[in-house]
Ligand binder design. Structure first.
Ligand code: OOG
Ligand code: MG
Length: 261
């Protein structure tokens, strides 16, 4: 019974994404009292639906790992979601705003691991030891909910607002860096809109990947090797408009940009 309703909700959210329109929060009418666990079940149905349409998961993402984001979105805990093939763009590409609802951009440090990590009990030190590369990323989040207004179960069910991600091409071995001390700026049309440092993400971005491994362990999954993993936005997210040129610089890692058309 419940799973049937959850499937319908997943389809409702996917349709909102496909039709590029905002919808009411699912906890305000469909599922008041939805638990975090149940929200991940809806997310699971959403992933199945996308896979059935021929899309493939190419990576994972942590979200709400910095105080800047927790405050901006008025929620309390980190969450995770999945990156699909159709979401990924490269440095310098154009993002078509007509494909999106009310997109925002946020700068992130992306990881690639050289081996799978299985929780519980994974530590930041183990993540660093297993990290092949880090590289610059800008995530475009596009909540399917009206005015980007949601509770934790809402945003989890909505695959954590995942929409697009632009990856930079510099692959850097983190041995040469202190990721907590990496300075980060996000500029639009040459003006800095937000800034921060790696330490904004749970004290060190590797902690976000460890947290992901430990959260995934609860459903018997691992963090996979050789797939991009987003550690979560370092600063608050900035609203995008047509014509914007968006650039993120990450000290010692590199930069990544895209255009909004
Ligand atoms: C939820 C997704 C948050 C991040 O990096 O913090 C996220 C949202 O803010 O809409 O991806
Ligand atoms: Mg993000």
């Amino acid at each position: 019974m419940k799973q049937k309703a959850f499937q319908e909700t997943a389809s409702f959210l996917n349709q909102a994404e496909e039709e590029k329109r905002e919808v009411a929060r699912i906890t305000s009418d469909r599922h008041p009292g939805l638990s975090i666990n149940e929200a991940y079940q809806i997310q699971g149905h959403l992933l199945d639906l996308k896979r059935n349409k021929g899309h493939q998961i190419v990576g994972t993402k942590m979200g709400l790992t910095s105080d800047a984001k927790l405050k901006q979105m008025n929620v309390k805990d980190p969450i995770y979601g999945y990156i699909f093939d159709y979401m990924v763009l490269s440095h310098g590409e154009e993002v078509n705003i007509d494909e999106l609802i009310h997109p925002k951009a946020e700068p992130e440090i992306a990881f690639i691991l050289n081996r799978d990590l299985e929780g519980p009990g994974v530590t930041g030190a183990q993540v660093l030891e297993a990290t092949k590369y880090v590289f610059p990323a800008i995530e475009i989040i596009d909540s399917r909910y009206e005015n980007f207004n949601f509770t934790l179960p809402d945003v989890i069910a909505d695959n954590t607002s995942a929409s697009r991600v632009i990856f930079g091409s510099n692959l850097v071995n983190p041995i040469d860096l202190e990721l907590d001390l990496v300075g980060v700026t996000l500029s639009i049309n040459g003006r800095i809109k937000s800034l921060g440092a790696g330490a904004a993400v749970l004290g060190h971005p590797a902690h976000a990947i460890a947290r992901l491994a430990n959260m995934l362990a609860e459903k018997g999954e691992k963090v996979k090797a050789n797939q991009p993993i987003l550690s979560g936005a370092i600063t608050e997210a900035i609203m995008l408009s047509r014509g914007d040129y968006v650039n993120a610089k990450l000290g010692g890692i590199g930069e990544v940009s895209f255009f909004v058309k």
